[in-house]
Design a protein around this ligand. Structure first.
Ligand SMILES: NC(=O)c1ccc[n+]([C@@H]2O[C@H](COP(=O)([O-])OP(=O)(O)OC[C@H]3O[C@@H](n4cnc5c(N)ncnc54)[C@H](OP(=O)(O)O)[C@@H]3O)[C@@H](O)[C@H]2O)c1
Length: 302
């Protein structure tokens, strides 16, 4: 089986490339914007079509315009990268009989629900990033019933710094830390995601079947449990300290989302994701986010 990974230099894509390199009978092809530039949908399709892949192969799209505030500045570019190009790629995959696994986001929701979001909940994005990512989800799903949209949230991992790295790095030089306390979601550890997303690569075991084991459609996937940015940052500092990283504080002062004047895009306040559908389909229950953060800091280097 060939697995082509778009966005292979990104936080999630790098993890998939590294972890899937050892999967049996699987050839992993890591693609960057040099080969497939999503800012031009026609060229993106042409770039991907030069690779030989077909029925039974899987394309995983981890590439996106992920700068949430940047998307407010350039709507057209955000739409090309997050919606138009994924739609083109989805149709190319469908023509060739390949599955596309497209990575989505919790920012398609408005964050007003008082429970974790399921795949059936109605999206209502508040930002242009969320709007274009939702358009991408819909274009992908419209292209083939084989395709899957996997919505994740608050990504962290060893290949590219994120919120937890920033807060711990700052605490190496300052005894003051602060983070938003009234915005909650569920962290997603890339090393865990690599294990779980591999479920989308498995073919049916029954003889002659070309259908994948997991049906297409939308899935929510992240570590279990819910936290605020403040909880997440404070727990990261505690783990860092426990693992011998010389942080100067383990206390994070609360900030209000409404006080974050540097934010241009409106952020949804509460977007934990309900992963029960993935668990029903695979038998896998994502481990708690605290375990994943602790694991991460056990090998962390500044
Ligand atoms: N980060 C989060 O907290 C978060 C939360 C929810 C959902 N997600 C979703 O998860 C997925 C992966 O996120 P991530 O954190 O791994 O993002 P990331 O680290 O920002 O990686 C995004 C990747 O997209 C590539 N890319 C950007 N513009 C491109 C273009 N025009 N053509 C081709 N490639 C392009 C980047 O390439 P370069 O390396 O060359 O820049 C990078 O490899 C995205 O779909 C994102 O929407 C992320």
């Amino acid at each position: 089986m060939k697995v082509l990974i778009l966005g292979s230099n990104g936080r999630l894509g790098s993890s998939l490339v590294r972890r899937w390199a050892t999967l049996p009978d699987t050839e992993v092809i890591a693609l960057t914007r040099t080969q497939v530039d999503l800012s031009d949908p026609e060229k993106a399709e042409a770039g991907l079509s030069t690779f030989a892949f077909g029925a039974g192969d899987v394309v995983v799209n981890c590439a996106a315009a992920t700068d949430v505030d940047g998307c407010e500045h350039d709507h057209d570019l955000a739409r090309q990268i997050n919606a138009e190009s994924p739609g083109r790629i989805a149709r190319l995959c469908a023509e060739r009989g390949a599955r596309l696994v497209h990575i989505g986001t919790d920012y398609v929701f408005d964050g007003e629900l008082d429970r974790p979001y399921t795949e059936e909940d109605v999206p209502n994005p508040l930002s242009h990033y969320g709007v274009t990512k939702l358009e991408g989800d819909r274009a992908v799903l419209a292209a083939s019933p084989l395709h899957a949209v996997v919505r994740i949230s608050w990504v962290f991992g060893p290949d590219k710094p994120s919120f937890v790295d920033a807060i711990v790095r700052r605490a190496l030089i300052s005894s003051e830390a602060a983070a938003v306390h009234d915005k909650t979601s569920s962290p997603s550890y890339t090393e865990d995601m690599a294990l779980w997303l591999a479920e989308f690569l498995k073919p049916m075991e029954s003889e002659g079947a070309s259908e994948p084991l997991l049906p297409g459609g939308i899935y929510h996937l992240c570590n279990s449990g819910t936290c605020s940015w403040r909880d997440y940052g404070e727990y990261a500092l505690k783990c860092a300290k426990r693992h011998g990283i010389p942080v100067l504080t383990t206390t994070v002062a609360p900030l209000k989302l409404s006080d974050m004047k540097a934010f241009i895009a409106v952020r949804p306040p509460r977007t934990p994701l309900d992963t029960a559908k993935f668990t029903r389909a695979t038998g896998i229950t994502p481990r708690p986010w605290k375990e994943a953060v602790d694991d991460y800091f056990s090998t962390w280097k500044p």
